[in-house]
Design a protein around this ligand. Structure first.
Ligand code: MG
Length: 380
């Protein structure tokens, strides 16, 4: 039933709390406050100028990390309301899930990870947590946004056990092999639904894939048949949108029905029972899972590895590598406040401290700032 809180929903009145104790909020719940802090963060604003698949300056019509995150939040909230989960927490996790992404999408992250191999690596999920725990500088009494445990748990989607041991409470589940709350599970799937479908739309718009190719994927083909059957003379852009919106709809319907049946069978008394269930409670049916994987395989082969995307990727890797190695070799080139922080980290942790500060600086860049910094370095 809509609007009725499920017993296993995250309860803002029973949060495991914040790392730095604060007085409770006045006119909003703890999770609303988390969501609002994310929206007001500098890292959130920078998502506007970061690549999702296409580099930000390639065109104004494509998704950026910001519009992607808004689409994830929209899908996640709809399902949260239907399943009686906490909408505000779901939205907070969805809006924050990509805060740790480097410029230039996955190409940037791969390059930075290679540069950071000897210093503990670089992983965007971990970096998203680092942004909300450490890197935002807004509050007098603490670093970061001081979010609730439940939001932090959702933001840290993946984590190696070795790293988890260094993270305290939020790393425990990776060691124990338990799950996060349902809101976190949902935000994760909403991310998948959003990018699988909007990448179809963006890929077609960019002319990198075409409808005939896309019909290899059953999820697209079935909805495309329905749309063109009902409106044989519809203009192509409308056919694409009508098809993609139906694809999103069938995935959401499947997710809601499967998850609802899962909750009914398990009957979790509270969020801890969801965490301890031994398997995810929010998921697709086996059939829909297979169909989404088929679409993913299609996008990987035909879009993400397309030679035009690939050229952009090679160029992006090169820029990120040069930015990292240049600042690593000469931290004097960093902006003054970051230079100071780097000196402090180096005094505490040596080269690894310096490398982490340089990685934070590079990861925080927008696409266009990274390009400008790259050009500045090359000119000096
Ligand atoms: Mg995402």
């Amino acid at each position: 039933m809509n609007g009725v809180r499920a017993p296993y929903a995250a309860d803002p009145a029973r949060s495991r709390g914040r790392r730095h104790p604060e007085p409770g909020p006045n006119n909003r719940s703890e999770y609303q406050r988390d969501r609002d802090r994310i929206v007001h963060s500098a890292a959130f604003r920078r998502l506007e100028y970061k690549t999702q698949v296409f580099v930000n300056h390639e065109g104004d019509m494509f998704r950026t990390r910001l519009t992607h995150s808004l689409e994830v939040a929209q899908i996640a909230r709809t399902v949260a309301r239907t399943l009686g989960l906490d909408e505000d927490l779901t939205e907070a996790i969805a809006l924050a899930h990509d805060l740790g992404h480097t410029p230039f999408g996955h190409a940037g992250q791969d390059a930075l990870n290679e540069c950071m191999q000897v210093y503990g690596g670089f992983e965007h999920n971990l970096q998203s947590l680092r942004v909300v725990d450490e890197l935002e500088e807004k509050y007098a009494a603490f670093n970061g946004l001081n979010l609730t445990f439940e939001a932090r748990e959702g933001i840290l989607k993946h984590c190696a056990v070795k790293v988890a041991r260094t993270l305290g409470d939020v790393g425990e589940r990776f060691i124990a092999g338990t799950f996060p709350g349902a809101e976190a599970q949902l935000a994760n799937l909403a991310d998948e639904i959003a990018y699988n479908n909007h990448d179809v739309d963006d890929g077609l718009r960019a002319g990198l894939i075409n409808i005939d190719q896309l019909r290899e994927a059953g999820l697209f083909r079935e909805q495309h048949d329905l749309v063109t059957g009902a409106w044989p003379k519809l203009a192509v852009r409308r056919v694409v949108h009508e098809t993609v919106r139906r694809m999103i709809d069938v995935q959401i319907k499947d997710l809601v029905a499967t998850s609802r049946a899962e909750f009914e069978a398990l009957g979790p008394a509270d969020i801890d029972a969801v965490r301890a269930a031994g398997h995810a409670c929010v998921h697709f049916s086996a059939d829909m899972r297979e169909r989404t994987l088929e679409l993913k395989r299609f996008l990987r082969g035909r879009l993400y590895k397309h030679e035009r995307v690939d050229r952009m990727t090679t160029d992006a890797r090169h820029k990120v590598r040069i930015l990292f190695t240049t600042f690593m070799a000469d931290p004097g080139l960093l902006p003054a406040d970051h230079r100071l922080r780097t000196r402090e980290a180096e005094a505490r942790l040596g080269d690894a401290g310096r490398a982490r500060m340089v990685a934070d600086y590079v990861a925080g860049m927008t696409d266009r700032y990274a390009i400008a910094e790259f050009e500045r370095i090359n000119d000096s």
